[in-house]
Design a protein around this ligand. Structure first.
Ligand code: ADP
Ligand code: ADP
Ligand code: MG
Length: 658
C-alpha cells in the first residue's frame, strides 16, 4: 500500500522543525508548524506554509498535547505528522493516535517504539537476537536487595539505569558496596519523577568507552540497511556535544560487524523508518548494545554528509509505503563529517542552561559547512525547552579537513547576547587528543575540566577595544546632528577622547586622537603603548579596520550599555562604563554635555530661550535611567545640538548657554 504525502505537520520546534520543512519544500510537500506562546516569533513558525497556535509555553500544555496537535492537523488538512526528536517522537501512544486519526506517522510502528522504549525490554529482545549487550541484570524482580545482589555479581563499577530513561537522565555510577543502597533508592526516585517509572537496570560500567551508534533505515517491505556509524563520545552529563562520522576507532571489519549487529537488532523488532542503534565500544574492541532510538537523531546530518542521502526524504518515502530502493553494498563513505551542538549554556558554570535574547546570529557561508539553526538575530532562547540553538556541521575529504572547517566556522560564528558553548567547542576541536581521535565519554572531564573558563587573549582584546572606539567615532560622525560641531568636539583639541569598557569585572580604557587632516586615521593609547589605527570601512554590524598595520574585520553589536565584539575567533561581551568627569576644563563655558552615552528623549527648550540656572534643558535616557541635562547658569540658549531621538556619546555638547 502506498499513499502520497502532500502536507506534513511537524510536531516539534526550533532547528529540527526548520530542517524537516526544508526537505518538504524540496519535495513539493506543504508544511504546517505548531507553536506555543513562547515560540510565536520563532523562525520555524514563519517558514511553514501555515502555523497553528497550540497552547502556552510549558511543553505539557503544547508540544506534548496530542489532541491539540491532531486538531491542528485536521484543521489544516495535513496528511502526515513528523515528530522530530524529543517531545512525542518516542511516544507509542502518540504514534497510535496519529494513525487512528487517519494520518501517516513519519516514523516506526507504535509496536517498535513500545518495544524499544523500555531499555529493559529492548535489551532482552535484542540480546535474544544474538546482539551483544552490556553484562548486567535486566530482570523483573525490582526488590532493592535483589538489585544490590546483582550489582555485587556484576562487579564494580556498575551503572544503575532507569529503564524508561533518556536524554542522559536517570543514570547513576556506583563504585563500592557502601554506596549501593542509597544509589538504588535515588535512581529509582529519579526514574519515577522524570519518566513515571522507577524500574532499574544494573549494568557493568564500561570504563573509558566510546559511544558509537549505527544509523539504520528500514522500509515496510522488510528491507533494512545501515548508513554506517557515528561516534558521539564527546559528552557532558551523558549528553552529546560533538558527533562525527565515520568513527576514527572503526576499521572496515569492525564496521561490518557493528553494522550487521544493528541490522539484526532492527530486524528482531520488525523495524521500519529511520532509527539508531546505540552501542558502547570498550577499549578492548568489544562492543555492547545500549538502546535503539526510534526516531531521527539530533546528529543525523553527519550521516547525510558522508552518504549524500537526505534522511528526512527517505523517512517520508518509507512512510508512504514505498520501498527504499537502496542496496547496502551500493553505499560508500565519502570523506568525514563532524557536528557541533551550539548550546545556550555556560561551560564554566557546570554547563548550566542560559536564556535570553539572541542579539546577533551570523555565520558566513563556507565551503563544506552546513548550519541547522533554530534561531536568528532577534530570537529568544527561553527557559521552557532544550537550550540547543543550532548545529554546525562540516564535511571534508578527510577528518582533519572536516575538523578544520568546523573550527573555522565556530570561530567565525557570531552569537551574541547570551552565554554559549561556542568557545568551548573550539577548545575541544583544538585539543591534541581530539585531533588524534583518542576519544572516550569522559574526554571533557579528563582533558578540559580545568580550562573551562574562557581565556582572553590580551592582544585581541586590545584590538577589540580599539574597534569599538573606532566604530563609536564613525557612528557619531554619520549621525552628527550638526555638521558644524565636529564629532567628539572638544574645546581643547589636544585632550584625547577616552572610552572605558568593562569585560567582566575588569575595566579597560582606551584614549585616542583623531588626526584632523587625515580622516579615519587615529592614534590610540592603551596602557602605556601607542598605536596607529585606521577605519577602512563600515557595514551593518561590521567594521573593517587596521591597527599597527594589521587589517581585520570585527563584528560589532552595539546594544546601548552593552557592546559585543566578535574578532579573530573570540567574542567579547563588553559593558560601557559611564564616566562622570569634571568637564569644566574641556568644554566651552556654558556648554551642557551628555553625562554618558544615551538617547535624547526630550528637548524642553529652543535656541534663543531665556533659561535659569539649573533649569532642565534636555532629558536623556541611558543605562535604563533618565538623566536631566540642566543649564549651568542663567542666560540664553545660544545653540542646541541635539534633537529628540538622537543617540549621543558621553561628553557630546548638547547645548550652549551664554
Ligand atoms: P540524540 O540521541 O538524538 O543525539 P540526545 O542523546 O542528546 O539526543 O538526547 C536524547 C533525547 O532526549 C532526545 O530525544 C532529546 O530531544 C531529548 N533531550 C535532550 N535533552 C533533553 C532535556 N534536557 N530534557 C529532556 N529531554 C531531552
Ligand atoms: P540515554 O537513553 O539517556 O541516551 P543510554 O543508555 O543511551 O541512555 O546512555 C547514554 C550514555 O551513557 C552513553 O552514551 C554512555 O556515555 C553512557 N553509558 C551508558 N551505559 C553505559 C555503561 N554501561 N558503561 C559506561 N557508560 C555508559
Ligand atoms: Mg542514548
Amino acid at each position: 500500500m502506498t499513499n502520497s504525502i502532500t502536507k506534513v505537520l511537524v510536531a516539534n520546534r526550533g532547528e529540527i522543525a526548520r530542517r524537516i520543512f526544508r526537505t518538504c519544500r524540496d519535495l513539493g510537500i506543504e508544511t504546517v508548524a505548531v507553536f506555543s506562546d513562547a515560540d510565536a516569533e520563532m523562525p520555524f513558525v514563519r517558514e511553514a506554509d501555515q502555523a497553528v497556535h497550540i497552547g502556552p509555553a510549558p511543553s505539557a500544555e503544547s508540544y506534548l498535547k496530542t489532541e491539540a496537535i491532531l486538531a491542528a492537523a485536521q484543521r489544516t488538512g495535513a496528511d502526515a505528522i513528523h515528530p522530530g526528536y524529543g517531545f512525542l517522537s518516542e511516544n507509542a501512544g502518540f504514534a497510535r493516535a496519529v494513525a487512528e486519526a487517519g494520518l501517516v506517522f513519519i516514523g516506526p510502528s507504535p509496536e517498535a517504539i513500545e518495544a524499544m522504549g523500555s531499555k529493559k525490554e529492548a535489551k532482552a529482545r535484542v540480546g535474544g537476537a544474538g546482539v551483544p549487550v552490556v553484562p548486567g541484570y535486566d530482570g523483573a524482580d525490582q526488590d532493592p536487595k535483589v538489585l544490590a545482589q546483582k550489582a555485587l555479581e556484576v562487579g564494580f563499577p556498575v551503572l544503575l539505569k532507569a529503564s524508561a530513561g533518556g536524554g542522559g537522565k536517570g543514570m547513576k555510577r556506583v563504585d563500592q558496596e557502601s554506596e549501593l543502597a542509597d544509589a538504588i533508592e535515588s535512581a529509582r526516585r529519579e526514574g519515577e519523577n522524570a519518566f513515571g517509572d522507577g524500574t532499574l537496570l544494573v549494568e557493568k560500567y564500561v570504563e573509558r568507552p566510546r559511544h558509537v551508534e549505527v544509523q539504520i533505515l528500514g522500509d515496510t517491505h522488510g528491507e533494512v540497511i545501515h548508513l554506517f556509524e557515528r561516534e558521539c563520545s564527546i559528552q557532558r552529563r551523558h549528553q552529546k556535544v560533538l558527533e562525527e562520522a565515520p568513527s576514527p576507532a572503526l576499521d572496515d571489519a569492525l564496521r561490518a560487524k557493528m553494522g550487521a549487529a544493528a541490522i539484526a537488532a532492527a530486524k528482531s523488532i520488525g523495524y521500519h523508518n529511520a532509527g539508531t542503534v546505540e552501542f558502547i565500544l570498550a577499549p578492548s574492541g568489544e562492543f555492547y548494545f545500549l538502546e535503539v532510538n526510534t526516531r531521527l537523531q539530533v546528529e543525523h546530518p553527519v550521516t547525510e554528509m558522508i552518504t549524500g542521502l537526505d534522511l528526512v526524504a527517505l523517512q517520508i518515502r518509507v512512510a508512504e509505503g514505498r520501498p527504499l530502493g537502496i542496496a547496502q553494498d551500493a553505499l560508500r563513505i565519502d570523506g568525514a563529517a563532524i557536528e557541533a551542538r551550539v548550546y545556550a549554556e555556560d561551560p564554566a558554570g557546570g554547563f548550566l542552561p542560559q536564556s535570553g535574547p539572541v542579539l546577533d546570529w551570523h555565520l558566513p557561508a563556507m565551503e563544506g559547512v552546513r548550519s541547522d539553526s533554530g534561531v536568528e538575530t532577534g530570537a529568544e532562547v527561553g527557559i521552557h525547552y532544550d537550550p540547543m540553538m543550532a548545529k554546525i556541521i562540516a564535511h571534508g575529504p578527510d577528518r582533519r579537513t572536516a575538523i578544520r572547517r568546523l573550527r573555522r566556522a565556530l570561530r567565525q560564528l557570531s552569537v551574541q547576547g547570551l552565554t554559549t558553548n561556542r568557545a568551548f567547542l573550539v577548545q575541544v576541536l583544538e585539543h591534541p587528543a581530539f585531533l588524534a581521535g583518542e576519544l572516550h565519554t569522559h574526554f571533557i572531564d579528563e582533558h578540559l575540566a580545568e580550562s573551562l573558563a574562557t581565556t582572553v587573549d590580551p592582544e585581541t582584546l586590545r584590538r577589540a577595544l580599539i574597534a569599538v572606539a573606532l566604530d563609536d567615532h564613525e557612528r557619531r560622525r554619520a549621525s552628527s546632528p550638526l555638521p558644524s560641531i565636529p564629532s567628539g568636539f572638544r574645546n581643547n583639541a589636544h585632550t584625547p577622547q577616552r572610552l572605558r569598557l568593562a569585560l567582566g569585572e575588569t575595566e579597560h580604557e582606551v584614549a585616542y586622537r583623531h588626526h584632523a587632516r587625515e580622516r579615519g586615521r587615529f592614534t590610540f593609547t592603551v596602557g602605556d603603548t601607542s598605536v596607529a589605527a585606521r577605519v577602512l570601512g563600515r557595514g551593518e554590524r561590521t567594521l573593517r579596520f587596521e591597527v599597527d598595520g594589521l587589517r581585520q574585520t570585527a563584528r560589532i553589536v552595539d546594544a546601548g550599555e552593552r557592546v559585543f565584539v566578535q574578532l579573530d575567533g573570540q567574542a567579547f561581551a563588553l559593558r560601557r562604563v559611564p564616566r562622570f568627569p569634571d568637564h569644566t576644563a574641556e568644554v566651552p563655558a556654558g556648554a551642557c554635555v551628555a553625562p554618558m552615552p544615551g538617547k535624547v528623549i526630550e528637548v524642553r527648550v529652543a535656541e534663543g530661550d531665556a533659561v535659569e540656572a539649573g533649569q532642565v534643558l534636555l532629558v536623556m535616557e541611558a543605562m535604563k535611567m533618565e538623566h536631566k541635562v540642566t543649564a549651568p547658569e542663567a542666560g540664553t540658549v545660544e545653540s542646541l545640538h541635539a534633537a529628540v531621538g538622537d543617540q549621543v556619546e558621553a561628553d557630546a555638547v548638547l547645548a550652549v548657554v551664554g
